[in-house]
Design a protein around this ligand. Sequence first.
Ligand code: IPD
Ligand code: CA
Ligand code: CA
Length: 276
Amino acid sequence: MLFPEPEAFLDEVEAVARIGGAELMRYWRSLTPDQVSEKARNDLVSAADLASERAIVAAVAARFPEHRVLSEEAGWSRDDDSGPVWIVDPLDGTTNFVHGIPQFAVSIGVVAAGRVDFGVVLDPCKGDVFTAARGCGARWNGAPCRVSRQSGLAGSLLATGFPFKAHRLLDPYLAIFREAFLRCKSVRRPGAAALDLAYTACGLFDGFFEFQLSPWDVAAGAVLIEEAGGVITDMEGGGGWLASGNVVCGPAGVHGELLDIVHEHRDAWRAALAGG
Ligand code: IPD
Ligand code: CA
Ligand code: CA
């Protein structure tokens, strides 16, 4: 059997996320310098990322041997191209984790029939879990959750992420940030995109935007947003958020106003993206 019933499968995904989360907590605030390295400039990986990933990949293989895993540090678990895919960030928010800042998560999205249908974001430090199965709604610690009732940017609290790995995007990003910042109540940069999406799905944030995320940052959170009644698109306004990693989301009114701002600066960010 490739899939049990959606709710039962979601429980399995959550159980696997908890296995990863338990590994993270073994290293929490006890990482030594030799357990952290820079895989690219300003882009860290630690023993905690790797331990969580190993445990998650093993747990998926044991429970669903016909499923594949795409995870941030290890890549694909198998070469063939059949079966459901688990898109895994074993530690989202590595920089926070390494600095002892309690804002990080395990993020798992599962692609069933060509789209992400299941999402779990687990914050093992605070004990929060955000879950969604397509068509079954989104939940925060087991209770149904919705995006906020904000109808536009006035009075809204936004979250974002800086383009710290793609400095060529800084000027267009700052132009978008400036306009959004001037219209909303305030903006947060918490440092774990999966949690930014999950918080937006349960109405703690009213909207979120970031350029150049990876599939494992976005997969789970996107299902959460959609199942919580929100809208998620890429910066063009289309459905390419997983492939492009360029994300705008929130309740329809906030999303629409944010996207209008993004489009005012479209030539600039398109040119920056094209510049590689
Ligand atoms: C990062 C976080 C961060 C976002 C980065 C991601 P990582 O993930 O989600 O908020 O701004 O773009 O790479 O590297 O900690 O898994
Ligand atoms: Ca991540
Ligand atoms: Ca990560």
